[in-house]
Design a protein around this ligand. Structure first.
Ligand code: 6R9
Length: 578
């Protein structure tokens, strides 16, 4: 068998590296390389605003503006490795900031604009951010009140009106030189941070390096079939890993024209964009597909969707009925892809050009070695048993040998080390492998929640609820939902002197919304007299989930063992109906 690394090595040969053999920088491969090869006049990004008006940026313009921003950052004293973050809607400035930061060898990240002040504060603090590019209103609403508590934050570059204590992004950019020679960049230098959540503790800041660009390029070519000439639309927001890996980096590195929709989801709008922009490759989420399905086939039939060559999805299970619907309505099937924030790029997929296996995520890419494992404790040490054969299920584990693999959780080496065992990276996903080597998704081994494709850590929501004076304890679960996959539901117990009521429930949800923002706030909230605990006092979210699903409690022991909870707790939840 061909060594797995050959797949990546071959892909790397298509990239240029920095001129003069000075290393590998994502921004050079994404923009400057195309300009150097004479493709500077091609549209790199087309922004479709809320009214449908399109504003295009060529590779040459993007190259110049990102160079200008790199000069701005150097002028502000940004050094390699310093964290430069953005908090902005999907505007051209966000993309310019990302590429400029990468050119300046800063470490870049986007904060999801729908987060509230608390998740933003936690992330800025955790990463020790030095420069924040922020839209004025988002800054005023979500950062200003906490700025004093983020000592590392030296400069706020405001998009739009100047806010107190900020500099004008536009003015700085306009005054900067638009030529920039990227300094030598080691391929293993940090380039990006993507936040992700576990079940316990604050969110984790997964660190990715410049070498990851090989992974973005190789997987977009193979699993999304991107090639020059394509008009490609990744519907994910850059506040999440898909929006950066496949909404920003991969399409530019592949030299295609990429659509950025500045509006919110609307089925008619989406079909119109596909028709008007002649979108050939669409990368989206199963939640979005379900929303299109709900809008009915008549709506789709009003548009010419024949430009679509490949449709792919990620983030949640893609059910077989969605694949059939797409064949009938879009004229092409949907290719499921599987990956994670940590893997940085697609690992498992139903590849375009091959038969789609409906209901399965597909097979590992040629550069990926995937195993099904079971965890085993021996003498206090964790071991993994690889389960060979067909139709076996267990946890998905990967041999970490691809270029876009994360290299650290920023400032948390122990948490990073815990993600690996016996030479394998543990994904936390439960899967079944069939005789043909295709993987099916069974569920998570832990208690993270996937709502509308967004990964949500229950701990972050519980912490926000606990900050309310009425709340004694909180446990948050994902409740199955027909469109979003899951929605968040909180169970809370009250402190003495507080009474459960509809008005208190609204108050608590409102309190959580104000702190967390609409993306993270619990959708539902139930009061309980008590919550189920393990012997060591941890709240057993799985018992709450089972209660919600009406499952017998006995079904829970196996999965509790998987995340280290003590399965012998028997205390059932006692939930009130209000
Ligand atoms: C890219 C992204 C990762 C988790 C992952 C798994 C779930 C991703 C999936 C899927 C079923 C698929 N997931 N792709 N589940 N089928 N094709 O989503 O990254 O936000 O880190 O989430 O999403 O549970 O472990 P991230």
């Amino acid at each position: 068998m061909e060594p797995k690394t050959d797949f990546w090595r071959t892909a790397a040969q298509d990239l240029d590296g920095l001129p003069g053999d000075l290393g590998l920088n994502i921004a050079h491969e994404a923009v400057d390389r195309h300009v150097a090869r004479g493709a500077g006049e091609r549209d790199a990004l087309r922004f479709v605003d809320r009214r449908g008006v399109v504003r295009a940026f060529t590779y040459a313009e993007l190259s110049k503006q990102s160079s200008a921003f790199a000069n701005v950052l150097i002028g502000l004293g940004v050094r390699p490795g310093d964290r430069v973050f953005a908090l902005a809607p999907r505007t051209p400035e966000l993309y310019i900031a990302a590429l400029g930061a990468l050119k300046a060898r800063a470490v870049f990240s986007v904060l999801f604009a729908s987060f509230g002040p608390e998740p933003i504060r936690v992330r800025l603090l955790k990463a020790g951010v030095k420069v924040l590019v922020a839209e004025d209103t988002l800054y005023q609403r979500k950062v200003a009140q906490n700025r004093h508590a983020i000592p590392s934050l030296r400069h706020v570059l405001s998009l739009g009106a100047l806010v107190p204590g900020s500099l004008s992004f536009a003015r700085l950019l306009g005054a900067a030189r638009d030529g920039y020679a990227i300094a030598p960049t080691h391929p293993d230098e940090p380039a990006l941070i993507h936040f992700t959540s576990g079940t316990t503790g604050a969110p984790k800041a997964a660190v990715h390096v410049h070498r990851a660009v090989i992974g973005h390029y190789a997987t977009a070519r193979l699993a999304l079939a991107l090639a020059p000439g394509d008009v490609y639309w990744c519907t994910a927001d850059p506040g999440w890993v898909t929006g950066v890996s496949y909404g920003l980096i991969a399409p530019l590195v592949c030299g295609v024209t990429s659509i950025v929709d500045q509006g919110e989801f609307d089925a008619e709008r989406w079909y119109r964009i596909i028709e008007q922009e002649q979108v050939s490759v669409l990368y989206t989420s199963p939640t979005a597909i379900r929303m299109l399905m709900r809008a009915g086939p008549e709506l789709a039939a009003r548009f010419n969707l024949r430009s679509l060559r490949v449709v792919a999805s990620v983030g949640e299970p893609l059910h077989a009925d969605a694949v059939q619907w797409a064949r009938a309505t879009l004229g092409v099937p949907i290719h499921d892809t599987w990956w994670q924030t940590e893997t940085g790029a697609i690992m498992i997929a139903n590849l375009p050009g091959r038969d789609v296996i409906p209901g399965a995520m597909g097979r590992p890419l040629p550069g990926v070695e995937a195993h099904v494992v079971r965890r085993r404790e021996e003498g206090g040490t964790l071991h993994l048993d690889r389960i060979e054969g067909a139709d076996v299920s267990g946890e998905l584990a990967l041999i970490p040998s691809w270029p876009s693999m994360f290299r650290d959780y920023h400032d948390e080496p122990e948490r990073y080390a815990q993600a690996f065992c016996d030479g394998l990276y543990l994904t936390g996903d439960l899967v079944r492998r069939d005789a043909g080597g295709a993987f099916r998704f069974l569920g998570r081994a832990d208690e993270v929640i996937k709502s509308a494709g967004h990964l949500i850590g229950p701990f972050e929501i519980e912490s926000a609820l606990l900050a309310h004076p009425a709340v004694a304890e909180a446990g948050v679960i994902g409740k199955p939902h027909a469109v979003s996959g899951e929605v968040t539901k909180a169970f809370v117990t009250l402190k003495p002197g507080f009474e459960a009521s509809d008005s208190l429930r609204r108050q608590l949800i409102g309190h959580a919304r104000k702190r967390l923002g609409p993306a993270l706030a619990p959708r539902e909230l139930a009061f309980a007299d008590s919550l189920p605990h393990t012997k060591s006092g941890k709240i057993m979210r799985r018992v709450l989930r089972a209660h919600e699903l009406g499952l017998p409690l006995g079904d829970l022991s196996a999965s509790d063992a998987a995340d280290g909870a003590e399965p012998d707790a028997t205390e059932p939840p006692s939930v009130q109906s209000t």
